[in-house]
Design a protein around this ligand. Structure first.
Ligand code: SPD
Length: 413
């Protein structure tokens, strides 16, 4: 080949290569090219349930408001999957399906029955969960144990929807690790028919043996399968704090519980509303406010417009709780987890969740979408008089070992 022919060939090759170099660096139109969703690790223990696949399976472009810039500066940067571990029956699953359909992120969903079950799972080395829902005292404990990641509030603009009184809780100052989810109180769910003219007003119905025996014979009694609740409410009945760590007080509480245990039909905090309250398998249960209200809403008599189930906070007082949505320290999908937290805080989504679970929402912007009967239910949004009797759980420090030991004795005897 002659030298001018070589030069012509070299010029031609350069012209062909130039546009390809440009596309690789600028995205052609000057926009960054979207990246492929990242492959996510599998949880160490596979979650029990995952949601049925939804259409479309292909990721859609997130809206400008919801978009989270990834480290590479891409528009979406969401992972293909997100592993969510929540309390049993604590979300409207349609909200999860909508998230999957809108963003193409598959939610792997699993549930637990108590804060202690959640902690035990994480401490046993389950590193695959990205998003969890611990209560107040458990958030504090998990922060101390290094189990939670700090979140970037620039990725959670919907925090603006949260009421000011919820923004700076003592268990996670400035909400550095979590966002608020729902709140409620513990009390007694009871059958109005069974109790007639003398509705319960004291924990005595659960902690005085002759009274529990009466309600056991009248149709059955359930208590929550939750050590802080069962021991804490016994302490409250005895006139102590739900957070008491004095050994002699704890032994008093244990003795009380052991005397009533023979009359307890079940320890159930997972599906007691659906499996025990709704079908009338018991007439009395220790209950969380939302679960009791949900059971009542499902048993409304068409003729009277009323349910047989009612809920009361005993006069001695009880636990109040703030449940939260947090990101685990071991997550490999932090940006997606934060994107999901932000989604849960959208006003319509927070309202849909409360309209399903019947728990109170800290989301002010959601109020206009929450059903009136929920907003006006004093069992869900208690009066200030009741609020004064309620006490938040605190971490127990070393006394947690004593609680664990007492709980094991209660459950095994
Ligand atoms: N069925 C959902 C129950 C969730 C309640 N969280 C309770 C926290 C009590 N410490």
């Amino acid at each position: 080949m002659k030298s001018y022919q070589w030069m012509l060939l070299a010029l031609l090759l350069t012209l062909v290569a130039l546009p390809a170099c440009g596309a690789a660096t600028t995205g052609g139109g000057g926009q960054p090219a979207p990246t492929e969703p990242k492959e996510a690790p599998t949880p160490t223990e596979p979650p029990a349930e995952s949601l049925p696949p939804t259409e479309p399976a292909v990721p859609t472009e997130p809206t400008e408001e919801a978009a989270v810039p990834s480290e590479e500066g891409t528009a979406a940067g969401l992972d293909k999957e997100l592993s969510v571990y929540n309390w049993a029956d604590y979300i409207d699953e349609q909200v999860l399906k909508d998230y999957e359909a809108e963003y193409g992120v598959k939610i792997i969903y699993d549930t637990y029955a108590s804060n202690e079950d959640l902690l035990a799972k994480l401490q046993a080395g389950a590193t695959g969960y990205d998003v969890i829902f611990p209560s107040d005292y458990m958030v504090a404990q998990m922060i101390e144990l290094g189990l939670l990641a700090e979140i970037d509030h620039n990725h959670i603009p919907n925090m603006k929807n949260i009421g000011a009184q919820f923004l700076d809780p003592p268990f996670d100052p400035g909400y550095k690790h979590c966002v608020p989810y729902q709140w409620g109180a513990t009390g007694l769910a009871y059958s109005k028919k069974a109790f007639g003219d003398t509705p319960p007003d004291s924990w005595a119905v659960l902690y005085e043996p002759e009274q529990v025996q009466k309600w056991a014979e009248a149709g059955g009694v359930n208590i929550l399968n939750d050590q802080r609740e069962v021991i804490g409410e016994a302490l409250k009945y005895l006139g102590y704090s739900v957070n008491d760590t004095d050994e002699s007080h704890l032994q008093e509480a244990k003795a009380l519980i052991l005397k009533t245990k023979p009359y307890i039909k079940s320890f159930n905090s997972e599906d007691y509303d659906e499996s025990l309250l709704v079908p009338g398998e018991v007439v009395l249960s220790m209950a969380w406010s939302g679960d009791a209200a949900q059971a009542a809403s499902k048993t409304i008599d068409e003729a009277t417009g009323e349910s047989d189930w009612a809920f009361v906070v005993p006069k001695e007082g009880a636990f109040i709780f703030q449940d939260n949505v947090c990101v685990t320290a071991t997550t490999q999908r932090k940006a997606t987890a934060e994107h999901f937290l932000n989604y849960l805080l959208e006003a319509e989504n927070a309202a849909a969740i409360t309209n399903y679970t019947y728990y109170a929402s800290p989301n002010e912007a959601a109020r206009e979408f929450i059903n009136e009967d929920i907003l006006n239910d004093p069992g869900i949004y208690p009066s200030s008089e009741i609020m004064e009797k309620l006490e938040y759980g605190q971490p127990l420090g070393e006394a947690i070992f004593l609680y664990d030991q007492i709980w094991t004795e209660i459950k095994s005897q």
